[in-house]
Design a protein around this ligand. Structure first.
Ligand SMILES: *Cc1c(COP(=O)(O)O)cnc(C)c1O
Length: 424
């Protein structure tokens, strides 16, 4: 699929007058259209709800945009619970899918009225200890083990993953919790990440729906929802074809009618916890070229670095790059596009075919809307950039300011040397 930036060079030249590069920018129109389509695709299911995976893009303004469509939030830490609360997302609009969980986080989730999705059977006791009782609605995360393979070769390895419980453990967990007064049950599984195929969700749905039927038969538990979690991917490369959420919705519907309806479970609500799919394509890292270097290879140096977007550095992930204003020029140069960290993996692109790049050019690094800014860090004393929202009316709204050196030194401010640094 051809990669087209959602801003032009002229727009960026205007924006940088107020907000210097590098920055992350999000496309309100794209976010809205995508959220609307997701809800349409699952409108056949009465209780459908998307719990946006906050970790992908933990910005309360974006969370509020999604809330307009009915989205809740999927949290996995204290900070994410607090962000959700601040964004006005509380009660059953919170899903708490955490693992290796500190006790006080269960209590905070319950205080907000959120749904706790247990990662481990021992967490039944942990919740009782933390909350003082078991909430009336509880969910369990499933790990079927083995490998999960789709026909296009995409494979993931649940057997090697730290998450979830075995089937026998969930049976036991449901029995224990039912005895202790839990009334509504849910199940959840996340078996493959960033799947660019319409096949994943229906296959996962079959696994979970069949488990739900078994659990109902074995434990008599009332299963009120099934959480298909995240994992629907996005096409990072121009060669990949995007998922079709309507085909995915229809695929899940077919399995729902084959497995759940005949078992008398046609009232089960479906939940999703998408992160990347909701935000990935609708955010970009915009950076300016500040340097070029010609040694054994051709290097283009930018004013951003892996601290702004670390996926290429840690996973070798591909992020498409458009040189703004040169969209139609032929890509007859080969560059490594780098950041300034003292780590050789700090390259946004390696051996990338691009048009001739000049100092001062703006690069639009695509698909940085999820796991982009959120994975930011301060290595080498680099500061996290601002986040901007390109509104539907063309205006730009600052939704997180850039860090300053004062922020960077803040954790030293209880010492004399820190006071000196923060006032320098
Ligand atoms: C990361 C995560 C998600 C979101 O995954 P995406 O691939 O971004 O859709 C959903 N649920 C849980 C529990 C997660 O850890």
């Amino acid at each position: 699929m051809k990669k087209v930036p959602f801003v032009t060079k002229a727009q960026i030249e205007e924006i940088v007058k107020k907000y210097p590069t590098p920055f992350h920018i999000y496309d309100e129109k794209g976010i809205r259209e995508n959220a609307k389509a997701l809800y349409e695709a699952f409108s056949w299911n009465k209780g459908f709800k998307e719990y946006f995976a906050v970790k992908a893009t933990p910005n309360p303004f974006l969370m509020q945009l999604l809330k307009e469509y009915g989205c809740g939030s999927d949290c996995s830490s204290m900070a994410e619970l607090m962000l959700s609360e601040a964004a006005g997302i509380t009660g059953k609009d919170i899903m708490f899918s955490s693992n290796d969980t500190p006790l006080e986080e269960f209590a905070y989730c319950e205080k907000l009225g959120g749904i706790i999705n247990l990662d481990d059977i021992t967490h039944i006791e942990a919740v009782e200890k933390s909350v003082g009782y078991l909430p009336k609605t509880m969910s369990c995360r499933y790990n079927p083990g083995g490998v999960f393979q789709m026909s296009n070769g995409i494979m993931d390895n649940p057997g090697d993953s730290k998450y979830g419980m075995t089937e026998a453990q969930i049976v036991q967990a449901f029995q224990i919790m039912k005895e202790k007064g839990v009334e509504n049950f849910g199940i959840h599984a996340f078996l493959a990440s960033n799947t660019v195929t319409n096949e994943y969700y229906p296959m996962l749905a079959k696994v979970l729906f069949e488990l739900a039927v078994k659990l109902k038969e074995k434990t008599g538990a009332k299963i009120t929802f099934i959480n298909l979690s995240g994992g629907i991917g996005i096409p990072y490369t121009p060669q990949q074809e995007a998922n079709d959420i309507y085909i995915i919705g229809e695929g899940v519907k077919k399995v729902y009618e084959e497995v759940l309806v005949p078992a008398g479970m046609g009232d089960v609500a479906l939940y999703t916890e998408l992160g990347r799919y909701m935000m990935g394509p609708y955010g970009a890292l915009v950076t300016q070229v500040i340097h070029e270097k010609h040694i054994h290879k051709e290097y283009i140096g930018t004013d951003a670095c892996a601290a702004n977007l670390m996926r290429p550095a840690i996973y070798g992930a591909y992020h498409h790059i458009t040189v703004l204003g040169k969209e139609d020029e032929t890509c007859d140069y080969t560059y490594d596009v780098t950041g300034s960290l003292c780590e050789n993996c700090d390259k946004f692109a390696v051996d990338r075919k691009l048009p001739k790049i000049d100092k001062g050019d703006y690069l639009f690094i695509h698909d940085a809307g999820a796991h982009g800014h959120s994975m930011g860090y301060n290595y080498n004393g680099k500061l996290r950039s601002a986040e901007l929202l390109l509104k539907e009316n063309g205006e730009v709204q600052l939704i997180r300011r850039a860090e300053t050196l004062k922020d960077y030194f803040a954790t030293l401010d209880c010492f004399e040397i820190g006071k000196k640094l923060t006032t320098m």
